[in-house]
Design a protein around this ligand. Structure first.
Ligand SMILES: Nc1ncnc2c1ncn2[C@@H]1O[C@H](COP(=O)(O)OP(=O)(O)O)[C@@H](O)[C@H]1O
Ligand SMILES: [Mg+2]
Length: 321
């Protein structure tokens, strides 16, 4: 299991919850030559908001469909509240599903209004209300906000989280699928990062973001920033790096040159080539910097400094399991 690859101290809060609502044991599912889910072990506690995060094609939907019973695993077992449901039909499982688009049937009306006359947000609120009305033990959500524009998506994230907090008192567990790292970090109690049908890392948002266990996780959840120094491979997050322009400060830190500048309004992203090899992305809030200032710094010589406690050792690529 992927949790075993975590350093011991960090694995503590990612370890198995005492009460288990959803348990997946050695799940494997292939379609022809494609292994969609490749040995997934997972335990989710009652009332938990648990997210399956990963790029397109990494096996998230298949895992969800296996839990729902729309698919049968080739190998492995699915338990709900300690009961083996692997061979049970979807309607024999205490589980409801909310999909991205087709949660409402086009011919059905909500108080005389057809679904296509409702906004995306209204449609998903109704889909969610319907999925919750018979109080399932587990609610499965497959990219439910994926079709909404950014502003509405952010509003719905907060609303969904509030609903989950309210209903979690009656014990509804949310298993949420998204490819959006920010969404996963915002909403989840814990998350599993999927890559190629496997769980690459499992933990709380802070654990996964601050202590990415593999290079894949470091790059998928946030900006990767991997450096190699003295035979050590490590990552340091962009917001933990201080950037001094030449002549500033005490002259400490690693020298480099700003290769590229991306102005993002609230902040600016600087891509810095280091003299000792490698490249780091640095993020700076635009406290006093205008876009013109930021863009003019391209090509300038800088020194980058970070604290040792903000660096984390990486496994070798492909080193998991
Ligand atoms: N019904 C299917 N038939 C064939 N291949 C499938 C089917 N469902 C999923 N796959 C394949 O399995 C892999 C995982 O898919 P999926 O679980 O949908 O990933 P995700 O939801 O993370 O995008 C992909 O390579 C996908 O093409
Ligand atoms: Mg999917």
């Amino acid at each position: 299991m992927a949790t075993q690859t975590l350093p011991e101290a960090k694995a503590a809060s990612a370890t198995i919850p005492t009460a288990v609502d959803v348990r997946l044991l050695g799940l494997r599912k292939s379609y022809g030559d494609v292994v969609a889910v490749d040995g997934v072990d997972l335990e989710i506690a009652p009332g938990e908001f648990f997210t399956l995060l990963g790029p397109s094609g990494s096996g998230k939907t298949t895992t969800l469909r296996l839990i729902a019973g729309f698919e049968r695993p080739d190998v492995g077992r699915i338990e709900l509240s300690g009961v083996d449901v692997t061979a049970r039909a979807p309607y024999e499982r205490d589980v409801n599903t909310v999909f991205q688009d087709y949660a409402l049937f086009p011919h059905m009306t909500v108080a005389e209004r057809k679904p296509d006359q409702l906004s995306g947000g209204q449609r998903q609120r109704i889909a969610l209300a319907r999925a919750l009305v018979n109080a399932p033990k587990v609610l499965l959500l497959d990219e439910p906000l994926g079709a909404l524009d950014l502003k509405l998506r952010q509003e719905m994230q907060i609303e969904l989280k509030r609903i989950q907090r309210d209903v979690s008192e009656v014990g509804i567990t949310f298993v949420y699928v998204t490819h959006d790292q920010e969404e996963a970090l915002t909403m989840s109690d814990r998350l599993a990062v999927f890559n190629d049908g496997r769980i690459e890392q499992l933990g709380t948002p802070a654990e996964v973001y601050e202590h990415p266990a593999t290079e894949f996780v470091a790059g998928f959840v946030g900006i990767s920033n991997v450096l190699e120094r003295d035979g050590r491979r490590f990552t340091v997050r962009p917001e933990k790096i201080q950037m001094h322009f030449d002549g500033d400060g005490d002259g400490g830190g690693e020298p480099g040159r700003i290769r590229d500048v991306v102005y993002v309004g609230m902040f600016t992203r600087y891509i810095v080539e280091l003299e000792s090899g490698g490249e780091l992305t640095v993020v700076r809030q635009n406290l006093e910097t205008s876009s013109a200032d930021a863009l003019e710094s391209r090509g300038r010589r800088v020194r980058l400094e970070w604290r040792p406690e903000h660096t984390f050792d990486m496994e070798r690529p492909g080193g998991h399991e």
